[in-house]
Design a protein around this ligand. Structure first.
Ligand SMILES: [Zn+2]
Ligand SMILES: [Zn+2]
Ligand SMILES: [Zn+2]
Length: 338
């Protein structure tokens, strides 16, 4: 690499382990051999105290660009992750400094795709969006093994029905029964992550569901030869529930549209809700992204298009102007004068 004063020798170490003194020593020798101005070691894992203690070494955790410009002859600049981030910012690259490195590579296209499909004008939703995964946690979900065993008799003490059923349900952290893909995932062991056993969730929902699924109207002949029907619904004491904890990874994605931030939890959040009325998309579809503030709102009831420039705007950004019979929305750019 060349800076305005001459040649600089650079060594980059992309590793979790810190860089030791031998690397600095070797680079210093290279600087002498090459008759370079100085040297730079960039290390994502930082430096050992022995490396930092090298006579010709200077550590840089902040403004690396200024440090490079002011480098003393024959010195070695040690740029750690902080210094690298500062350099990246100057170059317009976001390295997500300070975040858990394991969440950087998460595919969040499912969520961003959902938001990108919303109506947006003149800027497309994607161009207004700044999206990234911000944190990950392990949620404890549950597989509930349910056993129902009960004998039903008529008033004369005759056995009418012998109920014996086994069922498996998948439950969320709150004990709510899961359906579809998520239920399948939990039943198959979730993300295969270790979970603390903890307190199992309330059984009410499972008891209710098991009752409803097992109830049966049984026809039988009485002692007098007449046919009767008995409703056989299991009672709580005969429904046995056993919970097994299952770890499911929850990823929080932060989507920023202009001044508005949406937090999205994968896999739990399913539906976009209107920032104005709080109702989900399904109720009063479709939705739009306000090109003034970035709020996601319903097109007809909570926002719309500017009557003049056709820009999408929410009701709180729009100015309403009453024409003889109809009300029209205007954006700040198209405010009526006077
Ligand atoms: Zn709404
Ligand atoms: Zn708005
Ligand atoms: Zn307008």
């Amino acid at each position: 690499m060349w800076i305005d004063r001459g040649k600089v020798v650079v060594e980059c170490k992309h590793q979790a382990k810190s860089v030791g003194r031998p690397v600095v020593q070797k680079l210093h020798s290279a600087v002498m051999t090459e008759r370079a101005v100085g040297g730079i070691v960039i290390a994502t894992g930082g430096f050992s105290s022995a490396a930092e203690g090298h006579t010709h070494a200077n550590i840089c955790s902040g403004d690396a660009l200024t440090a490079i410009r002011r480098m003393q002859p024959n010195n070695i600049l040690l740029v750690d992750s902080g210094g690298l981030s500062a350099l990246a910012r100057v170059a317009g690259v976001n390295l997500h400094q300070g975040e858990d490195p394991s969440i950087r590579d998460i595919d969040i296209s499912g969520v961003t795709g959902m938001f990108a499909g919303l109506r947006s004008c003149p800027a497309g939703a994607t161009s207004l969006m700044d999206a990234k995964a911000t944190s990950q946690h392990i949620d404890t979900c549950w597989v509930a093994e349910v056993r129902v065993e009960q004998r039903f008799h008529n008033s004369a003490g005759m056995l009418v029905h012998k109920m014996k059923k086994k069922k498996t349900y998948a439950c969320g952290p709150d004990g709510g029964i899961l359906n579809g893909k998520l239920a399948k995932k939990v039943k198959n062991g979730g993300d295969g992550l270790p979970v603390k056993r903890g307190e199992p969730p309330p059984r009410n929902g499972i008891i209710r569901t098991a009752k409803a699924e097992c109830v049966k109207n049984v026809k039988y002949k009485g002692g007098n030869g007449a046919t009767y029907v008995k409703r056989c619904e299991p009672t709580e004491g005969h429904i046995h529930v056993k919970f097994h904890p299952i770890g499911v990874l929850r990823t929080t994605v932060e989507l920023k549209f202009l001044r508005t931030i949406y937090k999205w939890d994968i896999p739990w959040d399913k539906e976009i809700t209107c920032k104005a009325c709080g109702k989900p998309k399904g109720v009063l579809k479709p939705l739009l992204i306000c090109n003034e503030c970035g709020r996601v709102v319903h097109v007809r009831t909570c926002g719309g298009e500017c009557s003049m420039c056709k820009k999408t705007i929410c009701d709180s950004c729009a100015v309403k102007q009453k024409r003889i019979i109809k009300t029209s929305r205007l954006c700040s750019d198209c405010l009526p004068s006077g």
